[in-house]
Design a protein around this ligand. Structure first.
Ligand SMILES: [Zn+2]
Length: 326
């Protein structure tokens, strides 16, 4: 009896000790995630205006404002919240599907208000390496502006996919080593090609926006009868796994940026897209992928909250022309 009593007391103490340990470990984890979340100032490099409170809740404090296909010049800047840091991308106008308009581009770039140039491959029926684009790349070099390409699936069925294949960007990247190029949508669904082009060319970067549309936490109403479980499987297969694959393939955590394509009925819940994107990237690289890589590719250092970001190694490795200038 005496022994039994002793055994009982010892077991009780052991249980108490273990429980206490679990609680403190848990608190440690929570503290770690909280401070990590606080520090993460998310930049969304692919947006179409309409900042909502959801957006702020998700921690997005800086954006690249993209023009739309039908409204290539105006990137909805006036629709952004006053305290969001906005870099504006100028869309390249086109007519007759294979004629681009350069006059407006030249004069607008001279105002130096823009932070990048967007080219709608697929909607414009010209390959990225077409001679007609040569002056665009020369202007991009002159003003040191990244060129962002729409790649992969097009929203419009009248656009032509062969022009939107990310493989065509390889030739441009080789021929214009003094320009940074961004492959939007990670070439979706040709993300392996997009990753290879970024892996092989120093001056090419990726953003995996709009791999899925709608609220990625909810069944997609456009897919009749989709259940929650089916949606989860879809998010895993078509978003998390591809981004994870791309991130691992390029072998450099500085090559991938966060982009959503928020607005225009494409991405309706920004936080759901952020959370799914995070699952694809190891936490130790969140700061680079969700913030600092974008600071260095686009000119976010001009904003106070990003001015401390050190881009010297980044520029030395990928954009050496920028070091020479500053
Ligand atoms: Zn877009």
């Amino acid at each position: 009896m005496k022994h039994l009593w002793r055994l009982f007391v010892i077991s009780f103490l052991v249980v108490l000790f273990l429980a206490n340990d679990a609680v403190s470990q848990n608190q440690g984890n929570n503290n770690r995630t909280n401070t990590h979340e606080e520090k993460l100032k998310i930049i969304d490099v692919h947006t179409h205006g309409f900042v909502s409170s959801d957006w702020k809740k998700a921690g997005v404090v800086g954006v690249v404002a993209m023009p739309g296909v039908d409204d290539v010049i105006d990137p909805y800047k006036e629709k952004y919240d006053k305290d969001t840091r906005v870099i504006t991308c100028l869309g390249l106008e086109y007519s007759n599907k294979n004629e681009i308009k350069l006059t407006e581009l030249r004069s607008r770039l001279a105002t130096k208000k823009y932070g990048c140039i967007k080219i709608f491959l697929g909607y414009i029926e010209l390959y990225a390496y077409d001679e007609k684009y040569k002056e665009v790349y020369q202007l991009a070099a002159k003003y040191d502006l990244p060129v962002v390409f729409h790649t992969g699936d097009t929203q419009s069925s009248s656009a032509k996919l062969k022009y939107a294949d990310p493989l065509t960007i390889d030739e441009v990247a080789v021929d214009h080593p003094g320009v940074a190029f961004v492959i939007a949508h990670c070439g979706n669904p040709w993300y392996q090609t997009a990753a290879e082009v970024a892996y092989k060319n120093k001056n090419v970067f990726l953003e995996c926006s709009a791999l899925l549309t709608g609220d990625v936490n909810q069944p997609n109403p456009k897919i009749i009868g989709q259940t929650n479980e089916e949606r989860e499987e879809q998010v895993k297969l078509l978003m998390v796994e591809p981004i994870k694959w791309v991130f691992n393939y390029v072998e450099d955590y500085r090559k991938v940026m966060f982009g959503s394509d928020f607005g225009e009925d494409i991405i309706s819940n920004i936080d759901s897209y952020v959370q799914a994107y995070k699952k694809a990237i190891p936490p130790k690289h969140h700061k680079a992928v969700f913030s600092e890589n974008a600071v260095c590719v686009y000119n976010f250092k001009k904003f106070d909250i990003f001015k401390e970001v050190d881009c010297s190694d980044f520029w030395k490795k990928f954009m050496p022309w920028r070091l020479k200038k500053s």
